[in-house]
Design a protein around this ligand. Structure first.
Ligand code: ZN
Length: 390
């Protein structure tokens, strides 16, 4: 599975424009019910052939041809009935070929030849699937699961034997004899041990988000032991029978919690950004202001309408992006280059700077505000920058 470091490395890549090209290929297998298996594979081959013709016309065939041939060969081997989608990023001139299996949730099979890798489909997928820990807890057991994209693996469980703690180990000076009290001490000890392991893992960044499966009756007694570092990562909890739940059941419940959390987060973020932008607090809307905030390093979360696209210009010398289609850079005065879609430049920058990316589907509020907006970490002094830009 693709890691955050790998995607950041892809985001940093930029072809020099003459000798080099960045190729991005996404292959989405068709579900057997919908269409014949072969169709997606045929479509993939057509896309490659079409791209080969296009680069020939552009005079860029030297840089892209070998990579396209290799993708064509790969497409011929894909039969459309495989379980996973695939992403390939290639630049032969720099000896780059990265191939990843992804959950088969891509919208469609696509191929791009550009200066940068096309990371939007990947960013959409990864943004919706943080590296997740799912922990099932009851009064003396805990089961651990790792979930990345659609793959779940069960890890080492914890088991706190009730009798083991019957012998006094000096805990609170308690020396046995009262079984009820002993049981509740045991449970407390167990919950604290589970919370401690979670804290340790959160600090080591073993995962980015957490979901807990726990009977409702136990939840309040367990939750109070979760330290703030763990609470911050908690997406939600679901009722679960620790002993009997199968891996499939855990996965299904966790995915439902995650989906609900994501929908709330999108809704809440749009609401926040619209109200903050109105009151000139930590939020901006519209491409011009978003680009300025990105340049100033203020952006914490970027909200983009799912089908958003806009033209812009980019300065090759200083990297300045401008929503006005000006021929000379407003920042350094050199010549600019047109960008058919500003997202091609914005998304890699957001990934490199650890900006959270949220894709928002059909939100009338965001639509009215230009379909692009940002929540800010802080708001820098405007004076100097305003003079420079205007
Ligand atoms: Zn410039």
């Amino acid at each position: 599975m693709i890691s955050r470091e790998e995607i950041r490395e892809l985001a940093q890549f930029e072809a020099d424009g003459k000798q080099e090209c960045a190729l991005s290929f996404y292959f989405q297998p068709q579900t057997p019910q919908n269409k014949s298996h072969r169709e997606e594979a045929i479509l993939a081959k057509d896309l490659v052939r079409h791209a080969l013709q296009a680069v020939r016309k552009d005079g860029k065939q030297n840089c892209a041809r070998a990579d396209l041939q290799r993708i064509l060969k790969l497409a011929e081997e894909l039969h459309g009935n495989q379980a996973h989608a695939k992403a390939v990023f290639a630049c032969g001139a720099r000896d780059i070929w990265r191939e990843f299996d992804l959950p088969s949730q891509m919208r469609q099979t696509q191929l791009f030849v550009n200066r940068r890798f096309q990371l939007k489909p990947l960013a959409m997928l990864l943004g919706a699937h943080p590296k997740l820990a799912v922990v099932l807890v009851d009064r003396h057991r805990a089961r651990w699961f790792d979930m990345r994209l659609d793959q779940m693996v069960e890890g080492e469980a914890m088991f706190h034997s009730l009798s083991r703690r019957g012998r006094s180990d000096g805990y609170s000076g308690y020396d046995g004899g009262h079984s009820e009290r002993r049981t509740s001490d045991d449970v407390l000890h167990h919950f604290k041990a589970v919370a401690a392991r979670l804290k340790d893992e959160a600090e080591k960044r073993i995962w980015e988000a957490l979901i807990v499966g726990c009977l409702d009756v136990n939840w309040p007694d367990f939750e109070v032991h979760l330290p703030p570092a763990v609470q911050r990562c908690l997406l939600g909890h679901f009722p679960a029978e620790v002993a009997t739940f199968s891996l499939e059941q855990v996965k299904e419940r966790a995915q439902a919690v995650q989906e609900e959390w994501l929908q709330n987060r999108r809704r809440q973020s749009v609401k926040e950004v619209l109200s903050y932008a109105k009151s000139h607090q930590r939020g901006v809307t519209g491409l011009r202001r978003v680009l300025r905030s990105l340049e100033m390093g203020e952006v914490r979360t970027l909200l983009i309408g799912e089908n958003y696209s806009a033209r812009a210009v980019e300065c090759d010398s200083c990297g300045h992006l401008d929503s006005h289609l000006i021929a000379y850079c407003a920042s350094c005065g050199r010549k600019t280059r047109p960008l058919p879609d500003v997202c091609d430049a914005v998304i890699p920058r957001a990934i490199q700077n650890d900006v959270e990316l949220l894709y928002v589907k059909d939100d009338p509020g965001l639509d009215k505000a230009g379909n692009i907006a940002a929540l800010l970490r802080f708001r820098a002094e405007r004076g100097a920058q305003l003079r420079q830009v205007s």
